[in-house]
Unconditional design. Sequence first.
Length: 571
Amino acid sequence: MENNKYNDDNSARTAGGKPQDFIRTIIAEDLKSGKHKQVITRFPPEPNGFLHIGHAKSICLNFGIAGEFNSVCHLRFDDTNPGKESTDYVEAIKNDVHWLGFDWGEHLFYASDYFDKLYGYAVQLIKLGKAYVCHLNADEIREQRGTLTEPGQESPYRDRSVAENLVLFEQMKHGELAEGSCVLRAKIDMTSPNILMRDPVIYRILKTSHHRTGDKWCIYPMYDFTHCLSDMMEGITHSLCTLEFENNRPLYDWVLDALNTPCHPQQIEFARLNINYAIMSKRKLLQLVDEGYVSGWNDPRMLTISGLRRRGYTPLSIRNFCEVIGIGKRASWIDMGVLENAVRDDLNEHAPRVMGVLKPLKVVITNYPDDKMEEVTAQNHPKIPEMGTRKVPFGRELYIEATDFMEDPPKKFFRLGPGREVRLRYAYFITCHDVIKDQNGEVIEIHCTYDPETSGGNAPDGRKVKGTIHWVSARHAVQAEIRLYDRLFTVEHPDMDKEKDFKEFLNPHSLEILQQCMLEPSLKDAGTDDRFQFERQGYFYLDKEESRSDHPVFNRIATLRDTWAKIARKK
């Protein structure tokens, strides 16, 4: 597996500017040759958890191809494991796909729609002598399967008659046999070099209620048997999946060939998405949720689609990210910074600028009239005049960032200090002349004078200052809670150390909560679709899950630059 910033299999592009990857090349050639008249793809999630950024890559690929080739993409739920699935997951997945900007229209399907037909296909395999009921337990099947260098052993039940297998399978269906007592296996080749082809299980007994079919069924088909037949029944032309299913392709083809189905979709594998400082296993993500390491599937530190949405990522930023990383055949690692840059690039163009003070320090302008209040004009975007301006109140008492003041500043510190002059963004030059401390010697307030001739932040005498700082009027400030997020793990590959639990690498500083932050009054009316750049602080989004009318909570989506890249260079 390569550790590249980008997957480099995607240098060519279509005339429309879309990436011309190997999958799109195959599809274009199939249409040109007449092999297919129309392309039909599908996105087939299991409803046993929430979707993550890796699924977004597949969503963008399958729905994107359908859009580019003027075709359709099916949304199909692979709901064959009722003990781990729920309607809540189904609805969350549908919501995520819609939020990303895609629509399946009338093409919504479930594997459970096909349970009757799948059962019929299993019966056909038995009648063809290509499937049998096996009473070995899971451990025994595993032991007899063999290794990469040793062939498997045939089950003692392999040569049962067709009639006996039909009776037993019927008994399985009607709940007459105990869960775990037997399975239906495909009869393929116990000496195959591909271990998956050594008589795989295609049906098992699960006496568990299904979220759609209730208690109608107590046997459920396995994924490899279900998936290819579902694709076939829906007329899928290109079944796109990640590389871990490459070894499953012979079984995919075998089932369709053995049943001589009327159409045979083509399975094509591409590299899954791997991002450093993150995990992409739904099982491990569920573990973080269930064990309380995160607040839920939509915790903004999680790379689930719902977590990214709650943090403030935009659908466009995720689609752009998926286009940048492209589709390749080789497994590689994508740097987290690529994802973060995608949202920065999007928000830099669209997010209005505002001022917010995260760690406030009070400033009193001693020569400013106590009863005076004025409004200064601030730009909503420095490079997009069409976004207009806004009025920001200014008065005698302000808040600035505590980090913008030092009592004994070093030479290259260009912000506020005793006797130093700085520019207040959009307002005036101020000079510090006094420092107020508490009984512990901590600075709690600074006193300054302002130059009334520097309205708008410019001096008529032409003098220059090196520092410009943001501020908020104390009288008009909106008090808010700010949540600063960092990467969830402290190492690049938290789940690759086989000797340690991945949870040992959780970052204890992945969330910092700041209370009593002060924001400019325009943010009082922030909506759940609004995103802002707090000048010099980063991009922020109102957390509708945690906010109240009297207590707004803002999540930092991303910093203004990749601070982790600097950390990496220092290492």
